[in-house]
Design a protein around this ligand. Sequence first.
Ligand code: TAP
Length: 478
Amino acid sequence: MPTFDYAPAPESRSIVDIQPSYGLFIGGEMVDPVDGTVFKTVNPATEEVLTEVVAAGPEDVDRAVAAARHAYDAVWAAMPGAQRAKFLYRIARLVQERSRELAVLESIDNGKPIRESRDVDLPLVAAHFFYYAGWADKLGHAGFGAAPQPLGVAGQVIPWNFPLLMLAWKIAPALACGNTVVLKPAETTPLTALAFADICRQADLPPGVVNIVTGAGETGQALVSHGGVDKVAFTGSTEVGRAIARAIAGSRKKLTLELGGKAANVIFDDAPIDQAVEGIVNGIFFNQGHVCCAGSRLLVQESIADDVLDRLKRRLGTLRLGDPLDKNTDIGAINSPQQLEKIRMLSDVGSEEGAERWSAPCELPDRGWWFPPTVFTGVTQAHRIAREEVFGPVLSVLTFRTPAEAIEKANNTPYGLSAGVWTDKGSRILWMAQRLRAGVVWANTFNRFDPTSPFGGYKESGYGREGGRHGLEAYLDV
Ligand code: TAP
């Protein structure tokens, strides 16, 4: 337990100016919907209604796709790469200039701690635009032929766990390659995408190059199935990813899917235990566990399991849960009541199936949606909490005796997005990395992201890569 209490250190909200309602960003302007309806977006930490946004209808989506097509044909595709790069650099600089405002807005709309939106999300958003700005005039040297061509209009649908960062992952490479985009943010986190629309205007981005249509699943469905879209990029659940793959099968659309995960974080007995415990905490409790590549299955070598668990529980007792805008907060709010319900349901199933449940002793605020950091021990591979993505602050602990057993258990999942290995031996890291069926393998660290590094999955975690040189391929006609 902490030896002293922290005084509250709230970040001021005054930097954020939330309008009473928002339209759609189409053709460089905020416009009223034609057939859309409106819905409210809520602060998950307080249940306060923040503003009203549009659920775009099929005609609105049609207008956005037409604006993107016009911008593609009239300006963007033919623009020299060095010119496109200037716009991307400008966007990156504006994101940096407005990063405090965007971080506060993200924390209000999503519920994530300001420490994370300020120190992780926003720096990575800017880094993505800087990185892909650098590629825009060098596409002929990226390994996809001497003069690779863009695809056209990209329809992009993103989830709520890293709203602005997922937007950057989608928009930066698409624009660098000469495509125009229509992006749909998640229903519960539209506000930073709408702030990004304002950044596009500030950057003088030609109208229609970026279009933002807010809405729920139906809006996403209308976008990905629209006949004028050449490329679909989706990040979200495996279930919706499957539906999208079915919906566009047989069309000429190119598709990338970044889906769910159930990563193993493997701790060997020669690992530096204190660092590994920090890695476990960062792996599953970062962003309330709403992370596709979260280390949600801890595989710990049997001989050190008791020691690791003791230290882990002690460490979890020091995490502070509460106001996302407080700079001391480690664990913020769960993004929506639906997600909280799913976390509760799967945790209850964990108990019913015989796993032992432990939650960090912390008070949950009266209003808003919260779930304490929770650890299940005595978990077997048959348990649902070991197989299904909880997408919350819930860790399942399994043990192993030999490296071969660790590999077998780590790979025993329909997913394959990421994995972590903690050991003192470089040779073991390489041995493990060659055998783990995961798109990313972290060694003696976890949840580290870099725009230069490709990210993506095996099996039901999807196909295609985002980030790095590989991320260009998804937006080029190759
Ligand atoms: P989903 O429910 O799949 O939603 C993702 C996005 O798709 C949202 O914008 C959603 O709109 C929209 N959508 C829903 N139904 C659709 C349909 N039929 N057609 C087109 N679009 C549709 O996922 P989520 O709950 O927001 O996010 C959590 C999941 O995302 C987790 O499984 C997580 O692992 C995964 N994820 C993966 C990655 C990578 S990089 N692999 C990164 C982050 C998250 P609404 O907002 O209205 O639901």
